[in-house]
Design a protein around this ligand. Structure first.
Ligand SMILES: [Zn+2]
Length: 160
C-alpha cells in the first residue's frame, strides 16, 4: 500500500524501518478510504514515521505514542530524516490522525485528553439552546461550547 504513495526504494525502506513501519500500510489504506488526496496522505505518512522515530528515541513503544512530546520535539527538531516533516499543521495533524488510527486498531489506548474533553450534559444543553434560540452556526456553537467546557472545568462542581 505504501508503494501507492512512495516510489523511491530508499524512502520506502526508511518508512518501514521505524517502529511505526508495520502500521504505515494500514494507515495509508485508512487515509485513502477517508478520501485524502495523495499529496496530503504523503505528508501524513511522513508525519507518522517521524513520530515513530521520536517515540523510539524516548524509549517508548508505539502503544505509548505521545502527541505532546512530539509537538515539543518539533519545536527543536533536527532529525536528518524529517525531510518534509518539519513543524507545520500537516505534521501535527498527520501525527494526530495516526494516533487515532492506532486507537481504532487497538494498538493505543484512547488518549487521556480525549476522555477529558467529553462534554458535560450542561454544555450539551447549551449547544441545543444556542442552535434553537439563537440560530447560531455550527462554528459559533463549537467555539462557545469549547469556552463553556473550560469555564466549567475551572468552576468544577459548582457551575451555578
Ligand atoms: Zn524530528
Amino acid at each position: 500500500m505504501l508503494e501507492t504513495y512512495f516510489s523511491a526504494p530508499k524512502m520506502l525502506e526508511l518508512l518501514r524501518s521505524g517502529p511505526c513501519g508495520p502500521y504505515l500500510d494500514g494507515f495509508a489504506t485508512a487515509l485513502e478510504r477517508q478520501g485524502y488526496a495523495a499529496e496530503t496522505a504523503v505528508r501524513y505518512l511522513r508525519a507518522a514515521a517521524h513520530i515513530g522515530h521520536v517515540t523510539a528515541e524516548r524509549d517508548a513503544s508505539v502503544s505509548d505514542i505521545d502527541l505532546e512530546a512530539f509537538e515539543q520535539h518539533l519545536r527543536t527538531c533536527r532529525c536528518p530524516r524529517a525531510k518534509g516533516g518539519r513543524r507545520n499543521h500537516h505534521t501535527v495533524y498527520g501525527a494526530r490522525l495516526f494516533r487515532r488510527h492506532l486507537e481504532e486498531i487497538s494498538v493505543c489506548k484512547p488518549a487521556a485528553a480525549a476522555i477529558r474533553s467529553v462534554e458535560p450534559p450542561l454544555v450539551a444543553g447549551f449547544r441545543t439552546w444556542l442552535s434553537k434560540h439563537r440560530g447560531a452556526s455550527d462554528a459559533t456553537i463549537g467555539l462557545y461550547a469549547r469556552d463553556a467546557v473550560s469555564i466549567m472545568a475551572e468552576l468544577e462542581t459548582d457551575p451555578m
